[in-house]
Design a protein around this ligand. Structure first.
Ligand code: ADP
Length: 365
Protein backbone atom coordinates (compact mmCIF):
# COMPACT_ATOMS: atom_id res chain seq x y z
CA UNK A 1 0.00 0.00 0.00
CA UNK A 2 0.89 3.63 -0.22
CA UNK A 3 3.07 5.13 2.51
CA UNK A 4 1.57 8.44 3.56
CA UNK A 5 3.05 10.76 6.17
CA UNK A 6 1.15 13.46 8.04
CA UNK A 7 2.64 16.50 9.75
CA UNK A 8 1.49 19.63 11.57
CA UNK A 9 3.53 22.80 11.12
CA UNK A 10 3.57 26.51 11.97
CA UNK A 11 1.25 27.93 14.61
CA UNK A 12 -0.94 25.34 16.33
CA UNK A 13 -4.72 25.43 16.11
CA UNK A 14 -7.54 23.41 17.68
CA UNK A 15 -8.53 20.55 15.39
CA UNK A 16 -5.03 19.77 14.12
CA UNK A 17 -4.94 16.55 16.15
CA UNK A 18 -8.32 15.59 14.71
CA UNK A 19 -6.93 16.13 11.22
CA UNK A 20 -3.98 13.84 12.02
CA UNK A 21 -6.39 11.21 13.33
CA UNK A 22 -8.48 11.36 10.16
CA UNK A 23 -5.43 11.10 7.88
CA UNK A 24 -3.95 8.17 9.84
CA UNK A 25 -7.18 6.20 9.85
CA UNK A 26 -8.14 6.89 6.24
CA UNK A 27 -4.62 5.88 5.18
CA UNK A 28 -4.93 2.57 7.07
CA UNK A 29 -8.48 2.09 5.81
CA UNK A 30 -7.25 2.40 2.22
CA UNK A 31 -4.65 -0.32 2.80
CA UNK A 32 -1.73 2.07 3.16
CA UNK A 33 0.97 2.54 5.77
CA UNK A 34 0.68 5.64 7.92
CA UNK A 35 3.48 7.78 9.37
CA UNK A 36 3.42 10.87 11.56
CA UNK A 37 6.25 13.37 11.39
CA UNK A 38 6.79 14.91 14.84
CA UNK A 39 7.71 18.59 15.47
CA UNK A 40 6.93 19.89 11.98
CA UNK A 41 9.67 20.19 9.35
CA UNK A 42 12.27 19.77 12.10
CA UNK A 43 11.15 16.15 12.44
CA UNK A 44 11.48 15.64 8.71
CA UNK A 45 15.05 17.01 8.80
CA UNK A 46 15.99 15.03 11.92
CA UNK A 47 14.40 11.78 10.68
CA UNK A 48 14.80 8.55 12.67
CA UNK A 49 12.32 8.31 15.54
CA UNK A 50 10.77 11.62 14.59
CA UNK A 51 9.00 9.83 11.73
CA UNK A 52 6.83 7.23 13.43
CA UNK A 53 4.60 4.57 11.97
CA UNK A 54 1.04 5.05 13.25
CA UNK A 55 -1.52 2.42 14.08
CA UNK A 56 -5.26 2.80 14.35
CA UNK A 57 -5.23 3.02 18.14
CA UNK A 58 -2.37 5.53 18.27
CA UNK A 59 -4.79 8.35 17.49
CA UNK A 60 -7.57 7.26 19.81
CA UNK A 61 -9.13 10.24 21.60
CA UNK A 62 -7.37 12.78 19.39
CA UNK A 63 -10.55 14.28 17.96
CA UNK A 64 -11.35 16.27 21.08
CA UNK A 65 -7.76 17.27 21.87
CA UNK A 66 -6.61 20.89 21.56
CA UNK A 67 -3.35 21.91 19.86
CA UNK A 68 -1.40 19.23 18.04
CA UNK A 69 -0.33 16.01 19.74
CA UNK A 70 2.49 15.39 17.22
CA UNK A 71 4.02 18.79 17.98
CA UNK A 72 4.78 21.69 15.73
CA UNK A 73 7.78 23.94 15.28
CA UNK A 74 9.35 26.63 13.18
CA UNK A 75 12.32 25.14 11.37
CA UNK A 76 15.11 27.25 9.87
CA UNK A 77 16.94 24.24 8.38
CA UNK A 78 14.02 23.51 6.04
CA UNK A 79 14.26 27.03 4.59
CA UNK A 80 17.62 25.95 3.04
CA UNK A 81 18.02 23.45 0.23
CA UNK A 82 20.53 21.44 2.29
CA UNK A 83 17.88 20.89 4.97
CA UNK A 84 15.32 19.83 2.41
CA UNK A 85 17.82 17.39 0.88
CA UNK A 86 18.29 15.74 4.28
CA UNK A 87 14.51 15.69 4.74
CA UNK A 88 14.11 13.99 1.35
CA UNK A 89 16.76 11.42 2.28
CA UNK A 90 14.91 10.61 5.52
CA UNK A 91 11.69 10.12 3.61
CA UNK A 92 13.27 7.81 1.03
CA UNK A 93 14.77 5.78 3.87
CA UNK A 94 11.20 5.00 4.98
CA UNK A 95 9.83 4.75 1.43
CA UNK A 96 7.55 7.74 1.88
CA UNK A 97 6.68 9.92 -1.09
CA UNK A 98 3.36 11.39 0.03
CA UNK A 99 3.09 14.08 2.65
CA UNK A 100 -0.06 15.68 4.05
CA UNK A 101 0.66 18.92 5.87
CA UNK A 102 -1.66 20.76 8.19
CA UNK A 103 -0.39 24.30 8.70
CA UNK A 104 -0.55 27.93 7.69
CA UNK A 105 0.50 29.61 4.45
CA UNK A 106 4.20 29.53 5.40
CA UNK A 107 4.15 25.77 5.92
CA UNK A 108 2.22 25.19 2.72
CA UNK A 109 4.59 27.43 0.74
CA UNK A 110 7.50 25.33 2.01
CA UNK A 111 5.66 22.15 1.06
CA UNK A 112 5.07 23.24 -2.50
CA UNK A 113 8.68 24.31 -2.90
CA UNK A 114 9.74 20.86 -1.64
CA UNK A 115 7.49 19.20 -4.21
CA UNK A 116 8.80 21.36 -7.07
CA UNK A 117 12.46 20.57 -6.36
CA UNK A 118 11.91 16.92 -5.39
CA UNK A 119 13.15 15.38 -8.70
CA UNK A 120 16.38 17.41 -8.44
CA UNK A 121 16.76 16.40 -4.78
CA UNK A 122 16.51 12.76 -5.89
CA UNK A 123 19.27 13.40 -8.46
CA UNK A 124 21.43 14.99 -5.75
CA UNK A 125 20.92 12.05 -3.39
CA UNK A 126 22.17 9.69 -6.09
CA UNK A 127 25.05 11.89 -7.31
CA UNK A 128 26.34 12.44 -3.77
CA UNK A 129 26.15 8.71 -3.09
CA UNK A 130 23.62 8.97 -0.26
CA UNK A 131 21.14 6.81 -2.17
CA UNK A 132 21.44 4.17 -4.87
CA UNK A 133 19.67 4.85 -8.17
CA UNK A 134 17.18 1.99 -7.70
CA UNK A 135 16.19 3.39 -4.28
CA UNK A 136 14.89 6.65 -5.72
CA UNK A 137 13.50 5.20 -8.95
CA UNK A 138 9.99 4.64 -7.56
CA UNK A 139 9.96 8.01 -5.84
CA UNK A 140 10.45 10.44 -8.72
CA UNK A 141 7.32 12.35 -7.74
CA UNK A 142 6.42 13.80 -4.33
CA UNK A 143 2.75 14.01 -3.45
CA UNK A 144 1.89 17.00 -1.33
CA UNK A 145 -1.57 17.79 0.01
CA UNK A 146 -2.27 20.82 2.20
CA UNK A 147 -4.77 21.18 5.01
CA UNK A 148 -5.19 24.65 6.42
CA UNK A 149 -4.77 24.80 10.17
CA UNK A 150 -4.91 28.34 11.55
CA UNK A 151 -6.94 30.19 14.15
CA UNK A 152 -6.82 33.38 12.05
CA UNK A 153 -8.89 32.11 9.10
CA UNK A 154 -6.29 33.75 6.91
CA UNK A 155 -6.09 31.59 3.79
CA UNK A 156 -7.77 32.73 0.60
CA UNK A 157 -9.90 30.10 -1.06
CA UNK A 158 -11.50 28.50 1.97
CA UNK A 159 -14.42 29.73 4.05
CA UNK A 160 -12.93 28.38 7.27
CA UNK A 161 -9.54 27.12 8.39
CA UNK A 162 -9.23 24.30 10.92
CA UNK A 163 -9.31 26.01 14.33
CA UNK A 164 -10.83 29.40 13.55
CA UNK A 165 -14.29 28.64 14.93
CA UNK A 166 -12.88 27.18 18.16
CA UNK A 167 -10.83 30.32 18.62
CA UNK A 168 -13.80 32.56 17.88
CA UNK A 169 -15.85 30.62 20.43
CA UNK A 170 -13.14 31.06 23.08
CA UNK A 171 -12.92 34.79 22.37
CA UNK A 172 -16.70 35.16 22.68
CA UNK A 173 -16.72 33.30 26.00
CA UNK A 174 -13.91 35.56 27.24
CA UNK A 175 -15.70 38.73 26.17
CA UNK A 176 -18.87 37.48 27.89
CA UNK A 177 -16.85 37.18 31.11
CA UNK A 178 -15.51 40.70 30.68
CA UNK A 179 -18.99 42.01 29.82
CA UNK A 180 -20.31 41.08 33.23
CA UNK A 181 -17.64 42.96 35.14
CA UNK A 182 -17.71 45.89 32.69
CA UNK A 183 -21.47 46.20 33.22
CA UNK A 184 -21.11 46.05 37.00
CA UNK A 185 -18.58 48.89 37.15
CA UNK A 186 -19.78 50.81 34.07
CA UNK A 187 -16.32 50.29 32.61
CA UNK A 188 -14.89 50.27 29.12
CA UNK A 189 -12.69 47.38 27.95
CA UNK A 190 -10.36 47.36 25.01
CA UNK A 191 -9.83 43.76 23.96
CA UNK A 192 -6.91 42.71 21.80
CA UNK A 193 -7.45 39.58 19.73
CA UNK A 194 -5.05 37.64 17.49
CA UNK A 195 -4.86 38.09 13.72
CA UNK A 196 -1.84 39.97 12.46
CA UNK A 197 -2.82 40.25 8.82
CA UNK A 198 -6.37 39.07 9.01
CA UNK A 199 -9.15 40.72 10.97
CA UNK A 200 -11.60 37.81 10.74
CA UNK A 201 -11.43 36.97 14.45
CA UNK A 202 -11.80 40.62 15.48
CA UNK A 203 -14.69 41.24 13.12
CA UNK A 204 -16.62 38.07 13.95
CA UNK A 205 -16.01 38.41 17.68
CA UNK A 206 -17.14 42.04 17.54
CA UNK A 207 -20.31 41.09 15.70
CA UNK A 208 -20.99 38.10 17.96
CA UNK A 209 -20.54 40.11 21.16
CA UNK A 210 -22.12 43.40 20.11
CA UNK A 211 -18.90 45.40 20.41
CA UNK A 212 -19.14 49.18 20.20
CA UNK A 213 -16.21 49.49 17.82
CA UNK A 214 -13.91 47.10 15.90
CA UNK A 215 -10.45 47.66 14.43
CA UNK A 216 -9.18 45.24 11.79
CA UNK A 217 -6.34 45.52 9.25
CA UNK A 218 -8.28 45.05 6.01
CA UNK A 219 -10.69 47.86 6.77
CA UNK A 220 -8.86 50.62 8.62
CA UNK A 221 -11.02 53.39 10.08
CA UNK A 222 -11.48 56.85 8.57
CA UNK A 223 -8.95 59.66 9.08
CA UNK A 224 -10.74 61.04 12.10
CA UNK A 225 -11.45 57.70 13.69
CA UNK A 226 -10.76 59.10 17.19
CA UNK A 227 -13.78 61.44 16.98
CA UNK A 228 -15.92 58.83 15.21
CA UNK A 229 -15.29 56.20 17.83
CA UNK A 230 -15.85 58.56 20.74
CA UNK A 231 -19.09 59.94 19.32
CA UNK A 232 -20.46 56.42 18.72
CA UNK A 233 -19.55 55.34 22.23
CA UNK A 234 -20.97 58.56 23.69
CA UNK A 235 -24.25 57.89 21.88
CA UNK A 236 -24.36 54.31 23.23
CA UNK A 237 -23.75 55.59 26.77
CA UNK A 238 -26.48 58.22 26.39
CA UNK A 239 -28.86 55.44 25.37
CA UNK A 240 -28.21 53.83 28.73
CA UNK A 241 -25.47 51.32 27.89
CA UNK A 242 -23.43 50.62 31.03
CA UNK A 243 -20.47 48.94 29.33
CA UNK A 244 -18.21 49.59 26.37
CA UNK A 245 -16.34 46.96 24.40
CA UNK A 246 -13.80 47.83 21.71
CA UNK A 247 -12.15 44.94 19.82
CA UNK A 248 -8.70 45.53 18.35
CA UNK A 249 -6.97 43.01 16.06
CA UNK A 250 -3.25 42.54 16.73
CA UNK A 251 -2.41 43.98 13.30
CA UNK A 252 -4.81 46.95 13.42
CA UNK A 253 -3.62 50.20 11.86
CA UNK A 254 -4.96 53.41 10.32
CA UNK A 255 -5.06 54.31 6.62
CA UNK A 256 -1.44 55.46 6.80
CA UNK A 257 -0.48 52.06 8.25
CA UNK A 258 0.34 53.56 11.67
CA UNK A 259 -0.44 50.91 14.27
CA UNK A 260 -3.57 51.35 16.38
CA UNK A 261 -2.78 49.81 19.74
CA UNK A 262 -5.16 48.93 22.59
CA UNK A 263 -3.37 51.46 24.81
CA UNK A 264 -3.99 54.27 22.33
CA UNK A 265 -7.69 53.44 22.40
CA UNK A 266 -7.65 53.23 26.19
CA UNK A 267 -6.00 56.65 26.54
CA UNK A 268 -8.59 58.14 24.26
CA UNK A 269 -11.57 56.68 26.11
CA UNK A 270 -10.27 57.64 29.54
CA UNK A 271 -9.40 61.28 28.75
CA UNK A 272 -10.74 63.57 31.44
CA UNK A 273 -11.75 66.17 28.85
CA UNK A 274 -13.51 63.49 26.83
CA UNK A 275 -15.62 60.46 27.73
CA UNK A 276 -13.64 59.95 30.96
CA UNK A 277 -14.47 56.24 31.01
CA UNK A 278 -12.77 53.95 33.50
CA UNK A 279 -11.00 51.87 30.83
CA UNK A 280 -9.03 48.62 31.01
CA UNK A 281 -7.09 46.72 28.39
CA UNK A 282 -7.33 42.94 28.15
CA UNK A 283 -5.02 41.06 25.81
CA UNK A 284 -6.56 37.63 25.39
CA UNK A 285 -3.27 36.10 24.25
CA UNK A 286 -2.82 32.36 23.97
CA UNK A 287 -6.14 31.33 25.54
CA UNK A 288 -7.42 32.07 22.04
CA UNK A 289 -5.49 29.12 20.67
CA UNK A 290 -6.83 26.97 23.20
CA UNK A 291 -8.47 23.99 24.36
CA UNK A 292 -10.85 21.53 22.96
CA UNK A 293 -11.95 22.13 19.35
CA UNK A 294 -15.60 23.05 18.79
CA UNK A 295 -17.88 20.65 16.90
CA UNK A 296 -17.40 22.51 13.61
CA UNK A 297 -13.60 22.16 13.76
CA UNK A 298 -13.85 18.44 14.58
CA UNK A 299 -16.09 17.97 11.58
CA UNK A 300 -13.86 20.11 9.32
CA UNK A 301 -10.69 18.29 10.46
CA UNK A 302 -12.25 14.87 9.88
CA UNK A 303 -13.83 15.52 6.49
CA UNK A 304 -10.77 17.37 5.21
CA UNK A 305 -8.34 14.76 6.55
CA UNK A 306 -10.23 12.02 4.71
CA UNK A 307 -10.33 14.13 1.54
CA UNK A 308 -6.57 14.75 1.77
CA UNK A 309 -5.86 10.99 1.67
CA UNK A 310 -8.25 10.58 -1.26
CA UNK A 311 -6.38 13.40 -3.04
CA UNK A 312 -3.08 11.55 -2.53
CA UNK A 313 -4.56 8.36 -3.95
CA UNK A 314 -5.99 10.23 -6.98
CA UNK A 315 -2.89 12.24 -7.77
CA UNK A 316 -0.70 11.85 -10.84
CA UNK A 317 2.65 13.55 -11.56
CA UNK A 318 0.74 16.06 -13.70
CA UNK A 319 -1.82 17.21 -11.13
CA UNK A 320 -0.76 20.28 -9.14
CA UNK A 321 -0.58 19.89 -5.33
CA UNK A 322 -4.01 20.51 -3.90
CA UNK A 323 -5.10 22.25 -0.74
CA UNK A 324 -8.32 21.02 0.82
CA UNK A 325 -10.84 23.84 1.24
CA UNK A 326 -14.39 24.44 2.45
CA UNK A 327 -16.49 26.44 0.01
CA UNK A 328 -20.17 27.06 0.70
CA UNK A 329 -20.32 23.99 2.92
CA UNK A 330 -18.62 21.69 0.46
CA UNK A 331 -15.19 20.12 0.83
CA UNK A 332 -13.24 20.87 -2.35
CA UNK A 333 -9.68 20.64 -3.67
CA UNK A 334 -7.95 23.71 -5.07
CA UNK A 335 -4.47 24.22 -6.49
CA UNK A 336 -2.27 25.00 -3.50
CA UNK A 337 -0.16 27.62 -5.32
CA UNK A 338 -3.24 29.63 -6.33
CA UNK A 339 -4.58 29.78 -2.77
CA UNK A 340 -1.22 30.96 -1.45
CA UNK A 341 -0.78 33.51 -4.25
CA UNK A 342 -4.23 35.00 -3.55
CA UNK A 343 -3.48 35.14 0.19
CA UNK A 344 -0.23 37.01 -0.46
CA UNK A 345 -2.07 39.39 -2.81
CA UNK A 346 -4.41 40.48 -0.01
CA UNK A 347 -1.42 41.24 2.24
CA UNK A 348 0.32 43.12 -0.59
CA UNK A 349 -2.79 45.24 -1.17
CA UNK A 350 -2.81 46.21 2.51
CA UNK A 351 0.88 47.14 2.29
CA UNK A 352 0.08 49.29 -0.77
CA UNK A 353 -2.77 50.90 1.21
CA UNK A 354 -5.26 49.56 -1.32
CA UNK A 355 -7.79 48.50 1.28
CA UNK A 356 -10.70 48.19 -1.15
CA UNK A 357 -8.74 45.63 -3.16
CA UNK A 358 -7.73 43.82 0.03
CA UNK A 359 -11.35 43.53 1.16
CA UNK A 360 -12.44 42.46 -2.31
CA UNK A 361 -9.72 39.83 -2.52
CA UNK A 362 -10.82 38.41 0.79
CA UNK A 363 -14.52 38.45 -0.18
CA UNK A 364 -13.92 36.94 -3.58
CA UNK A 365 -12.40 33.81 -2.12
P1 ADP B 1 2.63 29.09 9.22
O1 ADP B 1 2.63 27.77 8.52
O2 ADP B 1 1.73 29.07 10.41
O3 ADP B 1 2.36 30.24 8.27
P2 ADP B 1 5.51 29.75 9.30
O4 ADP B 1 5.39 30.80 8.27
O5 ADP B 1 6.33 30.05 10.52
O6 ADP B 1 4.09 29.29 9.86
O7 ADP B 1 6.11 28.44 8.63
C1 ADP B 1 6.37 27.28 9.36
C2 ADP B 1 7.60 26.57 8.83
O8 ADP B 1 7.42 26.23 7.46
C3 ADP B 1 8.87 27.41 8.85
O9 ADP B 1 9.49 27.40 10.12
C4 ADP B 1 9.72 26.69 7.82
O10 ADP B 1 10.30 25.52 8.34
C5 ADP B 1 8.68 26.28 6.78
N1 ADP B 1 8.62 27.29 5.71
C6 ADP B 1 7.91 28.44 5.69
N2 ADP B 1 8.12 29.14 4.55
C7 ADP B 1 8.99 28.41 3.83
C8 ADP B 1 9.65 28.57 2.53
N3 ADP B 1 9.42 29.64 1.77
N4 ADP B 1 10.50 27.60 2.12
C9 ADP B 1 10.73 26.52 2.87
N5 ADP B 1 10.16 26.31 4.08
C10 ADP B 1 9.31 27.23 4.56
Amino acid sequence: GKRIAVMTSGGDSPGMSGAVRAVVRKTLDSGGISYAVYEGYQGLVDGGDMIKEMRWEDVRGWLSAGGTLIGTARCMAFMERAGRLTAANNMIEKGIDALIICGGDGSLTGADKFRAEWPSLMDDLVSTGRRKKHEVEHHRHLNIVGLVGSIDNDLSGTDATIGCYSSLERICQSIDCIDATAFSHKRAFVIEVMGRHCGWLALMAGVSCGADFIFCPENPPSENWQEDMCSIIKKHREMGKRKTIVVVAEGAHDRQLNPISPNMVKDLLSRKDGLALDTRVTTLGHVQRGGSPCAYDRMLATLQGVEAVKAVLDSTPDTPSPVICMVENKIVRKPLVDAIAKTKEVAANIARKDFEAALKGRDAE
